[in-house]
Ligand binder design. Sequence first.
Ligand SMILES: [Zn+2]
Length: 256
Amino acid sequence: MILSAVAVFSGNVMAQKAVICLTYDDGLPSHLVTVIPQLDSFQLKGTFFLNAIRGSSDKIGQAPEALISWRQAAAHGHELGNHTMFHPCPEALGWDKTVSIETYTIEQIITEITTINAMLGMIDPKRKHRSFAFPCNNTIVQGKDYSATIREKGLVQYGRGGGDSNAFVKDIREMNSMQVPSWLVEKGTTIKQLIAFAEKVRSQGTMGVYQFHGVGAEFFTISPETHRAFLKYLSDNHSLYQVMTFSEAMEIRSKR
Ligand SMILES: [Zn+2]
């Protein structure tokens, strides 16, 4: 795995495959019910950026179902990343003042990231370094970009930012590894559009990151059929694409 991926970045045109990262935000129920079983059926690994773990068991002594499922997902090689605890976003995006980023200090956001790191450490103890996705792809707190600060403090190693369907990595050597662009996949996106992005990455770039939310439920929803068809496309075209978790792609890049 590592060796072939190194070849991806070796500059050898013959060996060059586009790196594709499938990322899913907000720890949604559809990730456990639909996305992970679909990924597993194609033996592909995804990256899941979690806030809190939903729900608790009604019975004392019984673990919440979501906790067990996320543990299993991590044990099967899916990456669990940090997405803060309360997901603060700008008021301009409709966030209530009580949870908007305008009311935050850098210290608060650091406390949230630290807390979620501890939670993820209990669910997924094997992983020593965490990647991070900025809530609503916003990197600013109190008028200051906090992306470098959270890495300097050793909280996270890599950061995923946002973008549109032109937001992919053109030159892996030039990219800021705390603000890696990704395509926020909008509601109702079709298989044709998903494939078009992958093809664009292959012809014009080196690495493309999909930012998914709900699949068959919740928000920014795409259908389970579209999601499955896209995984099949990636799997059928494994000579063109290398699907990796976000951290795997970043680690290999840093070894260049
Ligand atoms: Zn989010």
